[in-house]
Unconditional design. Structure first.
Length: 169
């Protein structure tokens, strides 16, 4: 079997950009409702902290030099969605912080409430992601309704979209 010729059309970049637009649209809809998440929806957003345009406090950059995961669920504020990035206020160890995250820096977006997830090709370097601490922001208040820990998208890969055009079949 012969190898497929190299495409002169950057399909992988086009698809990655389109999938990141899904994240922008979802966050834009949440912004339009005044920051209220419907039902049990909540989001885990993983991004490259060293990517161009990422603006996070220095102490977070030092703690997460490569990649960081944030949770938008109970406590976040000032969500603003632009064409190429979003900003949000979160609390880390009870210290408020404003984060600016370009969509191009995002490597994963998961909504565990409905087992939906997207994974993106890294935009900074070709290094494998480093292990990182569990997200500390957005923990439910003491006395909040008891509930199960959030489910992570199906371990069997269900409802997770991964696009990798560099694989040879």
């Amino acid at each position: 079997m012969s190898e497929a010729p190299e495409s002169l059309i950057p399909y992988d970049e086009i698809v990655q950009e389109a999938l990141r637009a899904v994240v922008g649209r979802v966050l834009g809809e949440i912004e339009a409702t005044g920051g209220t998440l419907p039902g049990n929806h909540h989001f885990y957003i993983t991004f490259k902290t060293a990517a161009a345009g990422v603006d996070i406090p220095r102490h977070l950059k030092e703690r997460f030099p490569d990649e960081m995961t944030i949770v938008l669920q109970n406590k976040f504020w000032d969500l603003m969605v632009g064409e190429s990035s979003f900003s949000v206020g979160l609390s880390f160890n009870q210290v408020p912080a404003k984060l600016v995250i370009p969509f191009a820096a995002i490597t994963a977006f998961v909504d565990p409430a409905v087992d939906f997830g997207l994974q993106f090709q890294a935009t900074v370097g070709d290094l494998a992601p480093e292990p990182h601490d569990e997200p500390e922001n957005d923990r439910p208040e003491a006395g909040a309704e008891p509930g199960a820990e959030p489910r992570v998208a199906g371990e069997d890969g269900s409802n997770v979209v991964t696009v990798d055009f560099n694989r040879k079949k």
